[in-house]
Design a binder for this molecule. Structure first.
Ligand code: ADP
Ligand code: MG
Length: 267
């Protein structure tokens, strides 16, 4: 089981969109995927078609120690893709946990129970959708993850934000989670006709080299329409450029780990 945290302290850069659509693409090629919604906004849950009433047990209850992760997990319309949904309750969690000695390791402990539960023991990928801040929720995700996947929008301050994130990743690595690594950086909402996009792409590739995926996710209106239908773009419009890019990203993510796609992908 691989645990990837989708993190970037900037909002609106494509974390949630990537959690939904990379998760769907990984499931489409045979992986069994759980998306953990760790953002109080709950956009990943909504975008995967989970309405508010089906979120009786949310990641808030899980993080607060009131329920197990397996109890919170609900299926989606995508085979092999499930989600642990979030609600606004998560906003209060930081204060509630503030004085607990294990506050940064809540998610990690919770994940340790997953493989013993029949509903979750077959999971091969966990994608954690982080909130747009380097708060305790994001720290929990980084402390629990094997690797960080950073969605990055090609805009003017992209590299500064990235440096700050990389410093935080280093700090978490030193203090909480020595095996944490950067899985990769994916350029999102990319527009090749825009000079700024291409300039920022060149800078980021110059700075991070191979850590930047070869796949870029294009700006694509179908990608932004899909969540309002409660669907990943791969279900909404499989042929569009955005859906195809997420499929390519999924194979790149798997290749990067030196893994072969699971047998189901060949079928
Ligand atoms: P974050 O989770 O980092 O805050 P989101 O994934 O919610 O960012 O994306 C922010 C906005 O940009 C959303 O409205 C989303 O639909 C839109 N968006 C994300 N990726 C794309 C894309 N490739 N093309 C067009 N719109 C996109
Ligand atoms: Mg988000």
């Amino acid at each position: 089981m691989r645990i990837l945290a989708l993190a970037n302290q900037k909002g609106g850069v494509g974390k949630t969109t990537t959690a939904i659509n990379l998760g769907t693409a990984l499931a489409a090629i045979g992986e069994t995927v759980l998306v953990i919604d760790l953002d109080p906004q709950g956009n990943a849950s909504t975008g995967l078609g989970i309405d508010r009433r089906s979120r009786e047990i949310s990641t808030y209850h899980v993080m607060a120690g009131e329920a197990s992760l397996a109890q919170s997990v609900v299926p989606t319309a995508v085979p092999r893709l499930s989600v642990a949904p979030s609600t606004m309750d998560l906003l209060g969690l930081e204060l509630e946990l503030a004085n607990l000695p294990d506050r940064a390791h809540r998610l990690r402990s919770v994940l340790q129970g997953l493989h013993t539960h029949p509903a979750t023991q077959n999971i091969t990928y966990i994608l954690i959708d982080c909130p747009p801040s380097l708060n305790l929720l994001t720290i929990n995700a980084l402390a629990a993850a094997d690797a960080v996947l950073v969605p990055l929008q090609c805009e003017f301050f992209a590299l500064e934000g990235l440096s700050q994130l990389l410093r935080t990743v280093d700090q978490v690595k030193t203090a909480l989670n020595p095996r944490l690594e950067i899985q990769g950086v994916v350029l999102t909402m990319y527009d090749p006709r825009n000079n700024l996009s291409t300039q920022v792409e060149a800078d980021v590739r110059g700075f991070l080299g191979d850590k930047v995926y070869g796949t870029t996710i294009p700006r694509n209106v179908r990608v932004s329409e899909a969540p309002s239908h409660g669907k990943p773009v791969l279900l909404y419009d499989l042929k569009c450029a955005g859906a195809q890019a997420y499929l390519r990203l999924a194979s790149e993510v798997i290749q990067r780990e030196g893994r072969m796609p699971p047998p189901a992908a060949a079928a």
